[in-house]
Design a binder for this molecule. Structure first.
Ligand code: NAD
Length: 321
């Protein structure tokens, strides 16, 4: 088996590699060639940790395996990242373990790639202003991946903890874009594309704050109870997602579904747009919303890509197992 340690990932896989891997697996999920298994995530009653695994199989790429890990809130005091994950890949022909790959950076890259895929396929081509809601660890990966998709000329941002906004300002400066801290009213009035990436349990962005033509990528809501936008916004928008089953249960759509504002049939897989079996955005006034819940197949896709690059460059560690 091959080992690709966490510390090696940054030099191996680019946001472009991640984008290609995630776009391909979303397309395969839409045709049924790739599928995710039910997610397990539990409070384990030790170290306040949430532990679980996401798993799936892609018959096109033959990626098979799982990402295991979770959230250990006390890790920061130990000099470790609170979110910890590792991807294990198996040979689809024999069931033998084929690789173990550090999953922390890959998680940020594949999550940013998902919203970037939605921006490529759903946002207006003339989008110029990027609105960021959230300034945590994931936010800068999101911004970097988004600006590769459209000719943005500035970034506006809002965060529940305003003292964290310097992270967005620094990232925008590195990308050569002006950044401005704004109110949520201003953000909605100015942004053509909005990314929300927070751990909020209450709606932040209200329906009335969003203007026609906006594309919104809701990326923070990945658990029952979390929420980033007002449920009424999903009734006004055309809603797309990575995985419908997750969107209605742990994604942003859970609230609009529970309130009876939309039904499961109102949510379209982004893979259908990639495969051109759904038109996606059909007018400049349409509001499109991508509910990015995060699926195991994204992790397997980027991990498999990282292993291939590491082997090609001779930096993967081989272990007799
Ligand atoms: P982080 O802890 O680094 O940052 C948290 C962000 O949420 C910050 O912007 C913070 O100000 C904001 N926040 C905290 N409490 C809030 C509240 N009560 N109301 C509004 N905002 C609040 O986290 P991160 O690593 O940047 O991850 C952000 C979110 O993205 C998390 O909820 C995480 O679970 C989720 N996530 C989703 C996916 C996916 O595939 N969809 C993947 C990774 C992470």
């Amino acid at each position: 088996m091959w080992i690709v340690p966490e510390a090696a990932i940054a030099d191996l896989i680019t946001p472009e590699d991640s984008f290609d891997a995630v776009e391909a697996v979303f397309a395969a999920m839409d045709t049924g060639r790739a599928y995710n298994f039910p997610v397990i995530r539990e409070a384990i009653g030790h170290a306040d940790a949430l532990y679980g695994f996401k798993s799936g199989f892609d018959r096109d790429s033959l990626a098979m395996g799982l990402k295991s890990g979770g959230y250990w809130p006390g890790n920061a005091d130990k000099g470790l990242t609170n979110h910890q994950s590792t991807v294990i890949l198996f040979d689809a022909d024999t069931g033998r373990v084929s690789a173990m790959v550090g999953g922390n950076l890959l998680t940020a890259l594949r999550t940013a790639a998902a919203s970037a895929v939605s921006i490529k396929h759903l946002s207006r081509e003339d989008s110029r202003v990027l609105g960021m809601i959230g300034a945590g660890h994931q936010s800068v990966f999101q911004m970097r991946a988004a600006v590769a998709q459209r000719s943005f000329d500035r970034v506006v941002g809002w965060n529940y903890h305003p003292e964290m906004l310097s992270r967005l300002a620094d990232c925008a400066a590195q990308l050569g874009l002006p950044f401005q801290e704004v109110s949520l009213d201003e953000l909605g009035a100015q942004a053509d594309v909005i990314i929300s990436i927070t751990s909020s349990f209450d709606p932040i962005l209200m329906d009335a704050q969003v203007r026609p033509g906006t594309h919104i990528a809701c990326m923070g809501t990945d658990t029952k109870g979390k929420q980033e936008v007002e449920a009424a916004l999903l009734a006004r928008a055309s809603v797309f997602t990575d995985e419908v089953a997750q969107s209605i249960s742990i994604g942003e759509a859970q609230h609009a579904i529970a309130a009876g504002l939309i039904g499961e049939g109102d949510i379209t897989r982004i893979g259908a747009v990639i495969n051109a079996t759904h038109p996606g955005r059909t007018s400049g006034d349409e509001i499109t919303l991508f509910d990015g819940t995060g699926v195991g197949l994204q992790d397997l896709a980027v991990a498999a890509r990282a292993v291939k690059i590491a082997r090609d460059r001779g930096v993967a560690i081989e272990v007799a197992f």
